[in-house]
Design a protein around this ligand. Sequence first.
Ligand SMILES: [Fe+2]
Ligand SMILES: [Fe+2]
Length: 184
Amino acid sequence: MKPTEELSHEHQAILLAIRILEKMSERLETGAKLDPAHLEKAVDFIKVFADKCHHGKEEDLLFPAMEKAGIPRTGGPVGVMLHEHAEGRNYVKGMAEAIPGIKKGDKAAARRFAENARNYGALLSQHIFKEDHILYAMADARLTPAQQKELEACFADVEEKIVGHGKHEEYHRILEELEAAYLS
Ligand SMILES: [Fe+2]
Ligand SMILES: [Fe+2]
Protein backbone atom coordinates (compact mmCIF):
# COMPACT_ATOMS: atom_id res chain seq x y z
CA MET A 1 0.00 0.00 0.00
CA LYS A 2 1.23 3.49 -0.84
CA PRO A 3 1.71 5.77 2.24
CA THR A 4 -1.14 8.04 1.11
CA GLU A 5 -3.39 4.98 0.64
CA GLU A 6 -2.65 3.92 4.20
CA LEU A 7 -3.55 7.43 5.42
CA SER A 8 -6.77 7.53 3.36
CA HIS A 9 -7.69 4.16 4.83
CA GLU A 10 -7.22 5.63 8.32
CA HIS A 11 -9.46 8.54 7.31
CA GLN A 12 -12.32 6.08 6.89
CA ALA A 13 -11.95 4.98 10.52
CA ILE A 14 -11.80 8.62 11.68
CA LEU A 15 -14.96 9.45 9.68
CA LEU A 16 -16.70 6.50 11.33
CA ALA A 17 -15.66 7.82 14.76
CA ILE A 18 -17.14 11.21 13.77
CA ARG A 19 -20.48 9.56 12.90
CA ILE A 20 -20.44 7.79 16.28
CA LEU A 21 -19.68 11.09 18.06
CA GLU A 22 -22.63 12.68 16.22
CA LYS A 23 -24.99 10.00 17.59
CA MET A 24 -23.48 10.39 21.07
CA SER A 25 -24.07 14.15 20.84
CA GLU A 26 -27.73 13.62 19.90
CA ARG A 27 -28.20 11.38 22.95
CA LEU A 28 -26.43 13.87 25.23
CA GLU A 29 -28.68 16.68 24.02
CA THR A 30 -31.93 14.76 24.33
CA GLY A 31 -30.94 13.30 27.68
CA ALA A 32 -31.15 9.74 26.30
CA LYS A 33 -29.24 6.96 28.06
CA LEU A 34 -25.52 6.88 27.34
CA ASP A 35 -22.61 5.13 29.05
CA PRO A 36 -19.91 7.75 29.91
CA ALA A 37 -17.30 5.00 29.44
CA HIS A 38 -18.26 5.06 25.74
CA LEU A 39 -17.47 8.78 25.60
CA GLU A 40 -14.07 8.05 27.13
CA LYS A 41 -13.44 5.33 24.55
CA ALA A 42 -14.40 7.63 21.67
CA VAL A 43 -12.18 10.45 22.93
CA ASP A 44 -9.32 8.02 23.50
CA PHE A 45 -9.73 6.75 19.93
CA ILE A 46 -9.51 10.30 18.58
CA LYS A 47 -6.54 11.17 20.78
CA VAL A 48 -4.47 8.09 19.97
CA PHE A 49 -5.61 6.76 16.60
CA ALA A 50 -6.48 10.06 14.90
CA ASP A 51 -4.09 12.48 16.52
CA LYS A 52 -1.03 10.66 17.84
CA CYS A 53 -0.87 8.02 15.10
CA HIS A 54 -2.50 9.51 11.99
CA HIS A 55 -1.62 13.17 12.44
CA GLY A 56 1.77 12.06 13.76
CA LYS A 57 2.48 10.28 10.47
CA GLU A 58 1.42 13.36 8.53
CA GLU A 59 3.23 15.98 10.61
CA ASP A 60 6.45 14.11 11.34
CA LEU A 61 6.86 12.10 8.15
CA LEU A 62 4.64 12.91 5.15
CA PHE A 63 4.78 16.71 5.37
CA PRO A 64 8.57 16.83 5.88
CA ALA A 65 8.97 14.46 2.89
CA MET A 66 6.75 16.78 0.82
CA GLU A 67 8.81 19.74 1.96
CA LYS A 68 11.98 18.01 0.76
CA ALA A 69 10.20 17.44 -2.56
CA GLY A 70 9.61 21.18 -2.91
CA ILE A 71 6.14 21.67 -1.35
CA PRO A 72 6.61 24.32 1.38
CA ARG A 73 5.49 23.67 4.95
CA THR A 74 4.23 27.19 5.49
CA GLY A 75 2.00 29.42 3.42
CA GLY A 76 0.41 26.66 1.32
CA PRO A 77 -1.91 23.70 1.79
CA VAL A 78 0.45 21.95 4.25
CA GLY A 79 0.31 25.02 6.51
CA VAL A 80 -3.49 24.92 6.41
CA MET A 81 -3.48 21.22 7.37
CA LEU A 82 -1.16 21.89 10.34
CA HIS A 83 -3.38 24.73 11.52
CA GLU A 84 -6.45 22.48 11.32
CA HIS A 85 -4.75 19.71 13.31
CA ALA A 86 -4.10 22.24 16.09
CA GLU A 87 -7.68 23.51 15.93
CA GLY A 88 -8.95 19.93 16.20
CA ARG A 89 -6.88 19.36 19.33
CA ASN A 90 -8.75 22.19 21.05
CA TYR A 91 -12.10 20.53 20.32
CA VAL A 92 -10.80 17.19 21.61
CA LYS A 93 -9.64 18.91 24.78
CA GLY A 94 -13.14 20.41 25.13
CA MET A 95 -14.72 16.96 24.81
CA ALA A 96 -12.32 15.36 27.31
CA GLU A 97 -12.84 18.12 29.85
CA ALA A 98 -16.63 17.77 29.69
CA ILE A 99 -16.68 14.06 30.62
CA PRO A 100 -16.24 14.41 34.43
CA GLY A 101 -19.23 16.81 34.50
CA ILE A 102 -21.33 14.45 32.37
CA LYS A 103 -20.63 11.67 34.87
CA LYS A 104 -22.14 13.90 37.57
CA GLY A 105 -25.22 14.57 35.45
CA ASP A 106 -24.27 18.14 34.54
CA LYS A 107 -26.39 19.15 31.51
CA ALA A 108 -24.12 22.07 30.57
CA ALA A 109 -21.18 19.64 30.36
CA ALA A 110 -23.26 17.39 28.08
CA ARG A 111 -23.98 20.37 25.80
CA ARG A 112 -20.29 21.32 25.82
CA PHE A 113 -19.27 17.82 24.78
CA ALA A 114 -21.84 17.82 21.96
CA GLU A 115 -20.77 21.25 20.72
CA ASN A 116 -17.06 20.34 20.67
CA ALA A 117 -17.79 16.96 19.06
CA ARG A 118 -19.84 18.62 16.28
CA ASN A 119 -17.17 21.26 15.67
CA TYR A 120 -14.53 18.54 15.56
CA GLY A 121 -16.62 16.51 13.11
CA ALA A 122 -17.23 19.47 10.79
CA LEU A 123 -13.56 20.48 10.86
CA LEU A 124 -12.13 17.01 10.32
CA SER A 125 -14.61 16.01 7.60
CA GLN A 126 -13.60 18.89 5.35
CA HIS A 127 -9.92 18.45 6.38
CA ILE A 128 -10.03 14.80 5.32
CA PHE A 129 -11.74 15.69 2.03
CA LYS A 130 -8.97 18.15 1.19
CA GLU A 131 -6.23 15.66 2.06
CA ASP A 132 -7.82 12.79 0.13
CA HIS A 133 -8.51 14.87 -2.98
CA ILE A 134 -5.77 17.48 -3.10
CA LEU A 135 -2.87 17.09 -0.70
CA TYR A 136 -2.25 13.35 -1.07
CA ALA A 137 -2.47 13.67 -4.88
CA MET A 138 0.25 16.35 -4.67
CA ALA A 139 2.37 13.99 -2.54
CA ASP A 140 1.84 11.06 -4.94
CA ALA A 141 2.87 13.21 -7.89
CA ARG A 142 6.02 14.60 -6.23
CA LEU A 143 7.43 11.73 -4.17
CA THR A 144 9.56 9.19 -6.00
CA PRO A 145 8.81 5.46 -5.58
CA ALA A 146 11.95 5.20 -3.38
CA GLN A 147 10.79 8.04 -1.15
CA GLN A 148 7.35 6.45 -0.88
CA LYS A 149 8.91 3.13 0.11
CA GLU A 150 10.96 4.82 2.80
CA LEU A 151 7.87 6.61 4.13
CA GLU A 152 5.98 3.35 4.27
CA ALA A 153 8.73 1.82 6.42
CA CYS A 154 8.68 4.85 8.73
CA PHE A 155 4.89 4.55 9.08
CA ALA A 156 5.30 0.93 10.18
CA ASP A 157 7.81 2.16 12.75
CA VAL A 158 5.30 4.66 14.16
CA GLU A 159 2.80 1.83 14.62
CA GLU A 160 5.31 -0.34 16.48
CA LYS A 161 7.29 2.19 18.52
CA ILE A 162 4.98 5.13 19.18
CA VAL A 163 1.49 3.66 19.14
CA GLY A 164 2.52 0.18 20.32
CA HIS A 165 2.39 -3.33 18.91
CA GLY A 166 -1.15 -4.50 18.18
CA LYS A 167 -2.69 -1.18 19.26
CA HIS A 168 -3.91 -0.26 15.78
CA GLU A 169 -6.07 -3.40 15.65
CA GLU A 170 -7.22 -2.79 19.22
CA TYR A 171 -8.51 0.65 18.24
CA HIS A 172 -10.37 -0.82 15.27
CA ARG A 173 -12.07 -3.23 17.68
CA ILE A 174 -13.07 -0.37 20.00
CA LEU A 175 -14.56 1.43 17.00
CA GLU A 176 -16.53 -1.69 16.02
CA GLU A 177 -17.88 -1.94 19.57
CA LEU A 178 -19.00 1.71 19.50
CA GLU A 179 -20.41 1.33 15.99
CA ALA A 180 -22.58 -1.57 17.17
CA ALA A 181 -23.80 0.48 20.14
CA TYR A 182 -24.54 3.72 18.28
CA LEU A 183 -24.95 3.14 14.56
CA SER A 184 -26.90 -0.10 14.27
FE1 LIG B 1 -4.35 15.89 8.47
FE1 LIG C 1 -5.25 12.95 7.49
